[in-house]
Structures are given as structure tokens and as C-alpha cells.
Design a protein around this ligand. Structure first.
Ligand code: MIC
Ligand code: SF4
Length: 659
């Protein structure tokens, strides 16, 4: 692999795509990588698992109507409906959409990111989504950013979205992929180069001749998994390929060209030769644990799942359908297909792909997240599961002992036939080159547009819907215990699991019972006891704390349990914002020794924490148990410190709007 990195000259002043779009949307401060900016958001998306809380918060903000150009509420995560909770939440979301002027994409219509690409995304616009894979829209030349639900609620109300203006890395694609190598392998290669940590404050912008060889869904696979690197967003140019895709969606009017200036300036430029990429996989339990398929060949496979927002497009499924034509699923393999949207299903029906997949033995699920989030199709104990999704964190499949490998649809299809990890180049099948239709079959009947004239709507609230818990202002002193000490790369799936527990998303006291369950199932009881004794809980963590999803419950749950500070070696972007929004201070260690010296159970005192925060001073941390002291630091804007002082974004917004 030719992955060269070089810095461009200082005197070159052109602009990249990200700079162009951000500059058009900045409403507070100026475009300056590394500095906090406030941007205007054109579109928002929510999904039901984060959306219920986001809309409860939107209601709490007291805003009467959305102020964005477009907001869409998707129902795609919690659709299993064992018990009334999911269905109640869906009804709540529908009544909210009607009341506040939001489009509702009903259960069965598809996964938010796939549907947004198909029906709503527009080049050059900004999209804020309460889901970490919102950058998928970057495949269309849109700046998509994932955030916590509360930030999305504020943006829906017309408020700025604050972020650190990203430093842009240009990924220069050269050449063309070889047969049996696909977009998933490109992004796995990028994960191999960048890993899942250390990329906070960076954005990826794609360019180069190789871009022309990739269709919009392939570009979207790549921007989707930029999220796994922890970057703020990933964007492709908007060109004639984007235009053809939008035309096929009967939305050519939404197209506009978007290219970087030839002399654009970047933080760094990485060259990737597409011809040199080979089939890859992310081995358990992290998307950056990259291996070549050659290294893994022969491993027996128990389950193959094709779908998720990464690889569930028409092109993905038709490629698999061609590979499996006339073939049957291996007897030891459970083969699951979860298409990205109703539109994908209808188009593969028309193209004959569904028949191939069915007769090969596929078990079809609704077009939803399902298997990706451990919400269905958990594999058997100790299983090897091959998935085309984007995350393979421990336990995320719903089976803690399972080992999940992330692969392309081509590799997944090969394993369906052979029952083993197989290099598809050795199958003796001609590689199917699937073209995007000139016109998709389109039926938007599962999208409910908002009423043209405001109606009097009664909001439906089932018994599972609680009010968002409140938080007192930041305390004078932090006084409590290290309730848990964790290592590097702890994800939000470790902090608060999804899967079968996700139905309690709108019921924080109940959902909080599962905080850290996957690492230490005594956490809830111990933390509750400390909180009930009037003391604070403190979490100690290693590098890259809070990787993965945007779920604000990974901050809300700990907030409810009386966590006041997290002491970590480093934090990921969305989780940092969520912690601040819920009044928990993200503190960093100045040396590894300070991390090493702390243990679960240590008694901690931080005197005059509030005063130090007001003055933007580091925190003196006293370990009473060990009789030691050290300083913990934070790098927060004045706005972020004021949010923390108020106890979180909700109380802060209420305070500031009264002034
Ligand atoms: C995920 O892929 O982990 C999710 C479920 O889509 C999350 C959102 C959530 O937890 O509801 C995400 O990626 O943000
Ligand atoms: Fe859904 Fe999985 Fe995509 Fe998250 S990553 S939005 S759970 S399909």
C-alpha cells in the first residue's frame, strides 16, 4: 500500500470542500481549525433509540416549531416490539413529528442513513443527526455530523451547533479497485492507517482521480465508517456521479456541484492506490483490528449477516445476489439479510435479486438496524459471525462470547457458500459488476410529511416515557470514590448496552441499571449506594474513552447515578460533548503514572472544584486512600464551562434564554 503523507506548502490558499461548506454555515467565530465554532444546521435526523429522549428534551426547551429547513424522525432501531415499549415510543414520535413539523419515516421504511441518502440529503448542506453514522451523508457531498440528542434538539430549535473546527486530512484516491475488492476494503484500509483513536478534531475529505470510480453508495460506505476512526465528518465531492444518483432518485434539482479548489490547503494529504487494496476484515473486537482475508482464510463461520447502514444498498445486495445465484447456504451457516430500506427491497425485487437471495437460503429481516445492534439475530455461543456492519465491539452482537469479523458483502457472500472465511477471488465465479439503475423504483408511502397547516395535536405518552432527569448545578467540591477503573478504547456500548436493553431509552432510571453491565455488573448497585450516601461517583479510564455511538444515555445514565467526573487519558468527540451536556466534567491525566496509581474504591476529594472551573484552572485531585495528590486538566471553552456550572445544557439553555 502506497500511503504517503505530506504537508502542503504554507503559501497555497485554495479551499477544500469542508472549509467551503463550513464557512457558509458559520454563525459564531471564524473558520479556524482547532477553535470552537458555531454553525447553522440545515437538516437534522433522529432515530427512535436516541430520538425519544431528543424530543423529550426538545419539548423541555419549550420551542413551538422546528426552525431547520428539514428535520426527519426515523424509526429503524427499536422495532422488535417485544412488549409495548417500542410501539409506544413510535406513537410518541409520530405525534411529536405532527406537532412540530417533522417528517416521520415509519418503521419498515429503512435505516435512517440509507433513507436519508435516497430521499433527503443534499450536497453542500449541513446535517446534524442523533446517530454517530450521520457522516454517511458525506457520500453525497453533505457535511453530516453525529451528536447527542440534546444538541440535535437545540439545532432543531434554530440554535447553533458548536464543534471544534476540524483539521482536514485529504485522502487522495488513485487508480481503480480490482474485482472482488470493494468500498468496505477501502475504509478498512483507512482504519488500518488511522485506527479508532487519536483522530478527535479531524475530518476526512476525499479527492483524486479514484473518486470517479466510486458510486454514491460506495462513497457512503466509506464516509459511514470514517465514524469508526472518530473523525468529525467525512466528505466526497459532488460531481456527475452524485448528479446521476440524485436523478435516479428523481431529485436532480437537489444536486449542485461541489469540488475542492485545485490548490486547496489541508492539514495533511494521504495517497491511497485503489489498485493495491486487497480484501480485508476487521477482526474481533475492534474495527481497527485489520487483517487480510488471506491471513484469515479457512476459519469456520457460523453466521453471515449482510446489511446495516454500511453495506445495505441496492448495489451491495445485488452484488451478493449475483454471487449466490444458483448456490445454497452452507449447512453450518445462518445467513441473514437486512436490506437498507424499503426502496432497496423493492428495487432488488424488480431486478430479480430477491429471488436469488431467498433461494440461496437467506433469512430476511425488516429494513432496520437489527443484527447490527444486537437487537435480533444474536449468534450462537462462541460463534464466528461475519458481518458487513461497522462495529464489532465485545458483546454488541448480543452474544458476549461471539467473535464478529467486519467484511465486505463479497467476502460475506463467499462464506455463505463455503462456510469458511474465503478469498472470493478463488471461488471461480466471474465478479459481478452491478450498475446503479438510471431510475430507482420509488414509493415514499412510509414517509409521513408534516401537516401543511399546524393542527392541534395531543402528544401520546406511554407509561415507558419518563421526563428527562434533571441535574443540580456543578458542586462546590467533588467528594466521592473511584467506582470503576477501565482501560483503553472503552466504547459507549461498554458504558450502556444497546440490544434488548434499548427499549428503556426513554426511561432513564430503568436504563441506568445496565450502566457498565458488560464490564462489571456490580457497578449499578455500588454507584447507587455511593450516590444515596450523598457522595459522588468518579470513573477512571484510559485512552479514547467513549468511542462509538452518539447515545447520550452513556452520559445520562452515569449522571443519574451521581457521576460528577470522568478522569481519562483521552476522550472521543461526541461523548465529550454529551458528558458536558449532562454536567459531568471530562478531566484528563497529565501523566500515565497518575492513571496507574488510581484503583477502584479509592476515595477522592477535589476541593473548590466549582471555583476552579469558573476560573478555568486545573483541578487538584487528592487521593485520600493513598495519601497522594495530582493535578487533572481540561480544555473547555467558556461556553462549555458555563454549561457545566449550570449542571448541563438544559438548565444552561433555560438560564440563558431567560436573560
Ligand atoms: C450504533 O450504531 O451504535 C447506534 C445504535 O446507531 C448509535 C445510536 C444509539 O445508540 O442509539 C450510534 O451509532 O450513534
Ligand atoms: Fe443502525 Fe448499525 Fe447503522 Fe447504528 S451502525 S445506525 S445500529 S445500522
Amino acid at each position: 500500500m502506497n500511503a504517503v503523507s505530506h504537508k502542503l506548502g504554507e503559501n497555497i490558499m485554495g479551499k477544500g470542500i469542508i472549509q467551503k461548506v463550513l464557512e457558509k454555515h458559520i454563525i459564531e467565530s471564524k473558520y479556524k481549525p482547532g477553535e470552537e465554532i458555531g454553525i447553522h444546521i440545515d437538516q437534522t435526523l433522529t432515530q427512535d433509540a436516541t430520538g425519544t429522549m431528543a424530543y423529550l428534551q426538545f419539548e423541555a426547551l419549550g420551542i413551538l416549531h422546528i426552525k431547520t429547513e428539514l428535520s426527519v424522525s426515523y424509526i429503524d432501531h427499536n422495532t422488535i416490539q417485544i412488549g409495548y415499549e417500542n410501539a409506544d415510543d413510535h406513537r410518541y414520535l409520530q405525534s411529536i413529528a405532527d406537532k412540530f413539523g417533522i417528517y416521520l419515516s415509519r418503521a419498515g421504511n429503512g435505516i435512517c442513513h440509507q433513507v436519508h441518502l435516497e430521499r433527503f440529503g443534499k450536497p453542500g448542506k449541513t446535517l446534524l443527526g442523533s446517530d454517530s453514522h450521520t457522516p454517511t451523508a458525506g457520500g453525497l457531498g453533505m457535511i453530516g455530523i453525529g451528536a447527542g440528542g440534546l444538541d440535535v434538539a437545540v439545532a432543531m430549535g434554530g440554535g447553533p451547533f458548536y464543534l471544534t473546527c476540524p483539521k482536514t486530512v485529504k485522502i487522495n484516491l488513485k487508480g481503480k479497485l480490482k474485482p472482488w475488492v470493494s468500498a468496505k476494503d477501502i475504509v478498512l484500509k483507512i482504519l488500518d492507517i488511522f485506527s479508532t483513536k487519536g483522530n478527535v478534531g479531524i475530518a476526512f475529505e476525499y479527492g483524486g482521480e479514484g473518486v470517479k470510480t466510486l458510486s454514491v453508495p460506495e462513497r457512503a460506505t466509506i464516509t459511514n465508517m470514517g465514524t469508526e476512526c472518530g473523525v468529525t465528518t467525512s466528505v466526497f465531492p459532488s460531481d456527475s456521479i452524485t448528479r446521476s444518483f440524485l436523478k435516479a432518485q428523481e431529485r436532480e434539482q437537489d444536486w449542485k456541484p461541489l469540488q475542492a479548489d485545485t490548490n486547496a490547503e489541508y492539514e495533511k494529504v494521504i495517497d491511497i492506490d485503489l489498485d493495491e487494496i486487497i480484501p480485508l476484515a476487521a477482526a474481533p473486537h475492534s474495527p481497527d483490528n485489520i487483517k487480510t482475508i488471506e491471513e484469515l482464510e479457512g476459519i469456520h463461520v457460523n453466521q453471515v449477516c449482510i446489511g446495516s447502514c454500511t453495506n445495505s444498498s441496492y448495489k451491495d445486495l445485488m452484488t451478493v445476489a449475483h454471487i449466490l445465484k444458483g448456490k445454497k447456504v452452507h449447512p453450518q451457516v445462518s445467513f441473514v439479510v437486512s436490506p437498507g430500506s424499503k426502496q432497496v427491497i423493492e428495487n432488488i425485487i424488480q431486478a430479480g435479486g430477491l429471488t436469488n437471495l431467498f433461494s440461496a437460503g437467506a433469512r430476511f429481516t425488516e429494513p432496520v438496524c437489527g443484527f447490527c445492534i444486537g437487537n435480533s439475530q444474536s449468534p450462537l455461543n462462541e460463534a464466528i459471525s461475519l458481518r458487513t456492519s461497522n462495529r464489532n465491539f465485545l458483546g454488541r452482537s448480543g452474544t458476549k462470547s461471539a467473535k464478529v469479523y467486519l467484511v465486505s458483502p463479497e467476502i460475506a457472500a463467499a462464506a455463505v457458500i463455503t462456510g469458511k472465511i474465503t478469498d472470493p477471488r478463488n471461488l471461480g465465479i466471474k465478479y459481478p459488476q452491478v450498475e446503479i439503475p438510471e431510475k430507482f423504483y420509488i414509493d415514499d408511502s412510509l414517509i409521513i410529511p408534516p401537516p401543511k397547516t399546524p393542527k392541534k395535536i395531543e402528544i401520546y405518552r406511554g407509561p415507558n416515557i419518563g421526563t428527562p432527569p434533571s441535574n443540580p448545578p456543578f458542586p462546590e467540591n467533588i467528594s466521592g470514590f473511584v467506582t470503576i477503573k477501565v482501560g483503553n478504547k472503552v466504547t459507549t456500548d461498554h458504558i450502556v448496552p444497546a440490544g434488548s436493553k434499548m427499549k428503556y431509552r426513554s426511561n432513564v432510571p430503568k436504563y441506568a441499571e445496565f450502566v457498565f453491565e458488560i464490564i462489571d455488573d456490580t457497578f449499578f448497585t455500588r454507584a447507587s449506594k455511593i450516590r444515596d450516601n450523598g457522595k459522588h461517583n468518579i470513573i477512571v479510564a484510559g485512552l479514547s474513552y467513549g468511542q462509538g455511538s452518539s447515545r447520550e444515555h452513556a452520559a445520562l445514565g452515569p449522571m443519574y447515578l451521581g457521576v460528577k467526573a470522568i478522569l481519562a487519558k483521552s476522550f472521543e468527540r461526541i461523548h465529550t460533548a454529551n458528558l458536558i451536556n449532562f454536567g459531568i466534567i471530562p478531566l484528563t491525566f497529565q501523566s500515565d503514572e497518575n492513571y496507574d496509581a488510581l484503583e477502584t474504591g479509592d476515595q477522592i476529594e477535589i476541593h473548590q472544584a466549582r471555583e476552579h472551573l469558573k476560573k478555568n484552572e486545573s483541578f487538584p485531585v487528592k487521593n485520600i486512600t493513598k495519601g497522594t495528590k495530582f493535578q487533572a486538566v481540561y480544555h473547555l471553552s467558556e461556553r462549555q464551562r458555563n454549561i457545566l456550572l449550570a449542571g448541563g445544557l438544559l438548565p444552561y439553555t433555560k438560564q440563558t434564554s431567560k436573560k
